[in-house]
Design a protein around this ligand. Sequence first.
Ligand code: NIG
Ligand code: FE
Length: 406
Amino acid sequence: MKLAFVNGNIATLQGYTLSPQRGENFGDLGLMEKGTVLVEDGYIKEVGKDLPIPSDYQIIDVQGRLVTPGLIDPHTHLVHYGSREREYTWRIQGKPYMEILKEGGGILSSVKQTRRATLEELLKQSRKSLDRMLSMGITTVENKSGYGLNLETELKQLKAGQILNKEHPVDVINTFLGAHAIPLEYKENPDGYVEEVIKMLPIVREYAQFCDVFCEEGVFSVAQSERILLKAKEYGFKLKIHADEIVPTKGAQLAARIRCVSADHLLAVDEEGIEDLANSKTIAVLLPGTSFNLMSKKYAPAQRMIEKGVAIALATDYNPGSCPTENPQLIMTLACLNLKLTPAQALAAFTINAAHSLDLAHDRGSIEKGKIADLVIFDCDNVDYIPYHFGINHVQAVYKRGVKVC
Ligand code: NIG
Ligand code: FE
């Protein structure tokens, strides 16, 4: 199939395939007004102004609308079962998130529901979310396990992710997060659970590219996280870490030291952690939806990170507890209002920098010759309009590998 998108206000995000946008370059949209994108067999063949259009191309006139790369959501807990709206009410009444977890609720409540669900049930619930994501412009999503906390259910979650990847237009990138919480069976023996997770690594390896750990006070310590992640590296996993989310534990320093592809959350990161990230290739994946939904006064120190040169990506953190939303456009609004990102930076953080945080910038994240033709046409003519007019969906059409899917 050969398509020519003409008259687009194209945010190409070009020029950052080898290294992400950081510092003064963060938010460089590579805007091309009245531009053309030629797509052939699912790939971008050419991008430019006044390109000659061969006669065998079908012309799609986007009439001055904004065209962006497909959005990439690099941190979600897509596959899980059930929901936790009861805890929502408790949290509104003032009960802290970590207290709910200590009492066997929170993540552990989703673990109970996910363990009981069949693969079919998991797929049914996740498909709905994936459809929502696609309708809002997401063409690649990361999916973490971590609501099993035993081999059987972790595998069930990862298999669901693999099936969705095959059957759904959105690309689903699996991450093994066996170390998401200490299961009740190991409450008195957390180190025993660390060993269990390590035993799972070679078995789950064929289902997941990344390994992640929830490094947090009262969950997995820096030492336990390091042990799991270094073992994972030996098995060939790429690494991610939930770091410095609630209290500072020096998780960011660990991420930089062991070369995690990304360190995520980072609300409580300290100055040394910021320095270490700035001097590393590790991408900081920020999740302002989680701060918002947990009614936290704390947001990640994004401005300090930008000033120091940390590369920033954004994600929804879609999950049943701390952030039940699939909407990346709402997350852009929260990032602008609370992290003080410009709309252009928020878009870069959901495209090219998000691609880097999944080690996928070689084939996506920007509109450039040779990359996969994942494109979003927004029903507006500029990037600022998306987070400004908030809470709704601005997508007019989504193309995945050059095929209109929405
Ligand atoms: O990224 N922080 C840990 N894990 C998830 C929350 C999962 C849940 O509440 O179910 C997060 O926010
Ligand atoms: Fe998370």
